[in-house]
Write a new protein. Structure first.
Ligand code: ZN
Ligand code: ZN
Length: 321
């Protein structure tokens, strides 16, 4: 047992060395890195949700920040009546992590399914402006009442939303949305900071090294194109990998290797901080490079994954410019 435990760190240190050599060969610019953690706290599995603090500490000890996608309704459910969730969220917020609003309850009021909320993708039926406004503003109110926090970013449950969702968010004063779409301004006032990939959802000792290698490789590639990478962690607190420590170990190893390679060129930000940085950068670039408009690739378009939530696989379509 002990031998196996010792062998794995050795193996991935070796893998990391190879990856880092490769990374150093052609990397030049900086990386803005966001960790988006969705579904705090789901209760649909056999494992009870665990504290968010160990993950937050793993990130913070490497200089990284968490953006937690919270379903506000969790705060007023009896399962969280002990106030522990609210306490952890407030602590998190006070340490500079972001608490993002993830719908209200993550359940569709038309079909009752739990993988969408703002638009019924099952019946292809839109919720009215009034219905969506009610859901989102109730979530804001719960967060303000229970946490004293007014969210500045919104993550649509299941990445399912429509134009009405964006209008409602803009009307409620949200500056940022995070989807599976394209980075940039959508409409006049919302800035979209979309996710990249998820590597920790079904993490095991068997796929640990491969996932780490793939993640580093993808981060490197995306960094060259966009300068920003948004790592998604889907529902980690009710996963076996969180329970047995693999997820924390993996996140630590990923961040250590990124820090070793990028050094001062990696900047850890929350969703809202990243939006602010890229929004001003984009507007500067627009005036500077008007002549190049239309000829330069502006980013990767990710399409919403399906199904979401997924078990055990999901498909994410994408366009490359
Ligand atoms: Zn539905
Ligand atoms: Zn979700």
């Amino acid at each position: 047992m002990k031998k196996i435990v010792l062998l794995y760190p050795l193996l991935y240190v070796l893998t990391l060395c190879i990856n880092l050599q490769e990374l150093k060969a052609n990397q030049s610019d900086s990386l803005l890195f966001v960790v988006r953690i969705d579904d705090i706290l789901s209760r649909n599995m056999s494992i009870l949700p665990r504290s968010i603090l160990p993950l937050q500490d793993t990130l913070a000890s490497r200089g990284a920040k968490a953006t937690c996608g919270l379903m506000p309704h969790r705060l007023i459910e009896t399962a969280n009546a002990d106030g522990q969730l609210a306490k952890e969220i407030i602590l998190s917020h006070n340490k500079g992590h972001e608490i993002s609003q993830h719908g209200l309850i993550h359940i569709c009021q038309i079909c009752g399914r739990s993988n969408h909320e703002m638009y019924c993708s099952y019946n292809k039926r839109a919720l009215s402006y009034e219905q969506q406004e009610q859901l989102i503003s109730k979530g804001v109110q719960i967060m303000e009442d229970s946490l004293g926090i007014k969210p500045t970013s919104f993550i649509p449950p299941g990445h399912v939303y429509d134009a009405t969702t964006k209008t409602v968010l803009a009307d409620l004063g949200f500056p940022v949305i995070s989807t599976a779409g394209t980075m940039g301004r959508s409409g006049d006032s919302l800035f979209d900071v979309p996710i990249n990939s998820e590597y920790t959802w079904a993490l095991t000792r068997q796929n640990y090294s491969a996932n780490l290698t793939n993640a580093i490789q993808e981060i490197k590639q995306v960094q060259h194109i966009t300068g920003i990478y948004v790592l998604m962690m889907h529902d980690p607190f009710i996963r076996l990998g969180y329970e047995n420590g693999i997820t924390l170990e993996w996140m630590g190893a990923l961040l250590d290797s990124l820090n070793t390679y990028y050094g001062s060129r990696i900047h850890y930000k929350t969703l809202t901080e990243a939006a602010k940085i890229f929004d001003s950068e984009l507007s500067t670039n627009n005036t500077k490079e008007t002549s190049n408009a239309g000829t330069q690739p502006t980013g990767i378009s990710l399409l919403p994954n399906y199904p979401n939530p997924f078990n055990p696989t999901t498909k994410i379509g994408f366009y490359l410019p």
